[in-house]
Design a protein around this ligand. Structure first.
Ligand code: GAR
Length: 211
């Protein structure tokens, strides 16, 4: 059977950023867009949390924001259908999860296959899930880092686009390790989005290649 190959589009892209909290990754990406280094615009900043500080920052930056309350929908799928309709209205090419702390249904991930990215504060496939800096410290790893990956139904296990490594020092705490990792996140997430709209990401099966 022929291998499933995807090549990211070379175009001026429209992005939706999904956040649930402070939104520092969203800001890092927006800053690089404003500096003219990513061929894209942010068409929407979406949140499942009305009080996400990142939403306020997006408003201050004159970006379109949207909050849809998951509790207002009978099922996860109904909430996602409403979100998908908003994405379609704005012709969004790429959805970027940036601290979006809500599991997405397999059908949503499938519908947005290769158009849905996430950043995770660990070197996947080690330490998927939550509280990962704590888990890394408890395990005693000597290196940790950040991973940008495509999202698939298998949570935190989609094709890896970029990773950055940080040393874990013996006196690191969850806070100091998170801080070091976040600095790297702010570099590799904008870089991954840049590569995407330069048409330079190719996915073959579960591997992503940078061209
Ligand atoms: C980031 O560290 C990101 O990697 C993590 O949440 C933080 C969001 O920060 N995401 C996850 O843990 C996803 N499983 P931000 O709101 O400042 O971008």
């Amino acid at each position: 059977m022929a291998e499933d190959v995807f090549v990211s589009p070379k175009k001026k892209g429209k992005i939706a950023v999904f956040i649930s909290g402070r939104g520092s990754n969203f800001q890092a990406i927006h800053d690089v867009i404003l500096a003219g280094k990513i061929n894209a615009e942010i068409a929407l900043v979406f949140s499942n949390k009305e009080d996400a500080p990142g939403l306020q920052i997006a408003k201050e930056r004159n970006l379109e924001t949207l909050f849809l309350d998951p509790k207002a929908y009978p099922t996860r799928e109904d909430h996602e259908k409403a979100v998908t309709a908003e994405l379609r209205k704005r012709d969004v090419d790429l959805v970027i999860l940036a601290g979006y702390m809500r599991i997405l249904s397999p059908s949503f991930c499938e519908e947005l296959k290769h158009c849905l990215m996430n950043i995770h504060p660990a070197l996947l496939p080690s330490f998927p899930g939550l509280h990962v800096q704590k888990k890394a410290l408890e395990w005693g790893v000597k290196y940790s880092g950040a991973t940008v990956h495509f999202v698939t139904a298998d949570v935190d296990m989609g094709p890896i686009i970029l990773q950055a490594v940080v040393p874990v020092l013996q006196d690191d705490t969850e806070e100091t390790l998170s801080e070091k990792i976040l600095k790297e996140e702010h570099k590799i997430y904008p870089e991954a989005v840049k590569l995407y709209f330069e048409g330079r990401i190719e996915v073959r099966g579960r591997r992503a290649f940078i061209k």
